[in-house]
Design a protein around this ligand. Sequence first.
Ligand code: ZN
Ligand code: ZN
Ligand code: FE
Length: 743
Amino acid sequence: MERVRIKIHGIVQGVGFRPFIHKLVRFYQLSGYIKNTSSGVELELEGERQELERFVADVPEKAPKLAVIESVEAEYGLECVGFSDFEIRKSKTEEFRNTLISPDICICEDCLKELNDPADRRYRYPFINCTNCGPRFTIIKDVPYDRIKTSMGQFPMCPDCSSEYHNIENRRYHAQPDCCSDCGPRMFFRMKGKEAEGDDAVEEARNALKAGKIIAIKGLGGMHLACRCDDPKIIKELRRRKQRDEKPFAIMCRSTQCAEKICRISTEERKILESFRRPIVLLEKKDLGSFTELSENGYIGVMLPYTPLHYLLFGNDIDMLVMTSANLSDTPIMYKNDEAEENLIDIADGFLLHNRDIQTRCDDTLCWVLNGSEYFARRSRGYVPFPVRAAVTAQLLATGAEQKASFCLSKENYVFPSQHIGDLKNMETYENYEQQIEHFKRLFDINPAAVACDLHPDYLSTQYASSLGIPVLKVQHHHAHMASCMADNNLEGTVTGLIWDGTGLGSDGIIWGGECLSGGYGGFKRTGSIVPIPLIGGDRATKELDRISYAMMKESGITSASENPGYEYMLQNGINCPQSSGMGRLFDGIAALTGIKEKASYEGQGAVLLEAEAVKCVEEEEGTYSVSFRREQDSDSVLRFDWAPMTAEILEDISSGTPKCTVAAKFMNTLMHMAVEQCRNAGNSRVVLSGGTFQNMYIMHRLPGMLTAAGFDVYTHRRVSCNDEGISLGQLCVLQYHLESMK
Ligand code: ZN
Ligand code: ZN
Ligand code: FE
């Protein structure tokens, strides 16, 4: 007989890990204890050496599927102290702090069976859950993760639930949100002239949806607005009420089979769509011209039901529903009953709510599937607050950008990226941002010693960083993008960064965004860009795209452009015409030039529509326009793409009746050839792709292959978004590098 001390690191809290250990201890007939520690759990066990070794080997082998075991350290040969039984030692708050917290998980197979079993005591109970499924991050108020510190604290367990909770053989052993219809939360439904509770509430909501009503539904991380998606009139009405003209709406489908009726789904996409994280997956429409009311491009955002309530709502007869975040333009997703009922009064016909509070807003995750894994547009529910492993040892904060805000906190080789926050220029969004930073600091017990932020002095995230009273490092926007993609792929050293986005302040005070950078975490040199475009009227040009195409034609010396005296005056005299090398602006200009879009209703719409146009080509378009470069002077090391010849050629194509899809494809092909030339010029064999423009699947399905064929190793984002939401990770890694090099 001997004693062993075992330390297990990873995600082992709230994922059924302790019951798993308990069963294993019984199986090998060992004694001892388990307790939570700052880095996971610690066990001490007594038994024969052989049994103890088998036990240790079983831990990573047989752990519950949600547990993430990062390491198991065992110290054998300790003297026995004579444990008589196996005990779970109560956690002290401070010891608990560093343990990771599970994201929210969709209902599991076992719970789904019980939900549909008339003989089960939780038959049709919408809050059914167990240690393998249910809400986590969104109901946690504080750590340690115990029922009392979650939204379930106000629902004392009934004797039946309590006996399950305490029974080691039960699937609900130590499942903190465990409940039933006797002791747990309840649904209710309100619509003009109708009120219902419990199961009737769900039935009433189903009937209202079928009758074409718009219903607000409380989900895991916030409210959704739902309606039928087979009737364009209803979707148009939802757009009118929500004042959302053209941005796509996501849908929820009853099953993958239902989704397959309207979308193409590859094996890889199916895997992510059906995963327990249940993101919205952007799937290609079967018929490109279909469901134009849902989305004006070739994709539909599809998710599967993830809460028990969703399953009850769909029943056997509803195939798909529009399921869009309930918010007013640019404000955060609503998550409280009273705010929803008050603010959605003119949008929703009815409300399907319940009395379990959402503690933390968490929007649905939005991603494409690329190379078999998620390629995030928005990393949120189901993923957050899962950390990213990175070589960052210090406790640091990075405050992100502004329009697609996010933040990162770090500790002991973990970086915790926040959920999707939104546009900080909105006051409520900004308040939520500050609250979430505080919440994360408390949950993970992080007290940042320094902070990284964007170079832009006007970003609210920059001002927030400066207000903290700790050392601040300002990181150039595109450098942060590059560092983010490096960290995402665990790269060290130097790389070439192709960084294409809409807007970011450059080191020289002008707006950048079509950049080729050389460097690493420590710094960068600009080796490629595009010739800056004057934005007539500054920010207004991001909405009125014809201002950009006008400037491009003028700068290209094209005289046939119909004169606009106002634009002309501003352009000639350089009045409010800031220069921008933003790739997004080049897309905007071409969208207007081709007549595809002249007035944009959301940022990046020009690029979205050019992509949608290009994929309409019946045959793969190989052609390009002129790939010309300009150097400011002979000594200039920046290889700038000159779009003037291309602008003239596009106008020729248009006037000779070349289909728009061909023009759009040739335009993007031109950019990809430009990218290859710029990477050759930069000289590094490793290329990282970052920036919001790389949400363009026409480019993402071609450019990495072209670069690989040209001899480069290409790296794309895998764990955080390529858009500004991902840059906080890069800022943080640049800060870590600077702190290290100062040592
Ligand atoms: Zn379950
Ligand atoms: Zn109960
Ligand atoms: Fe950016």
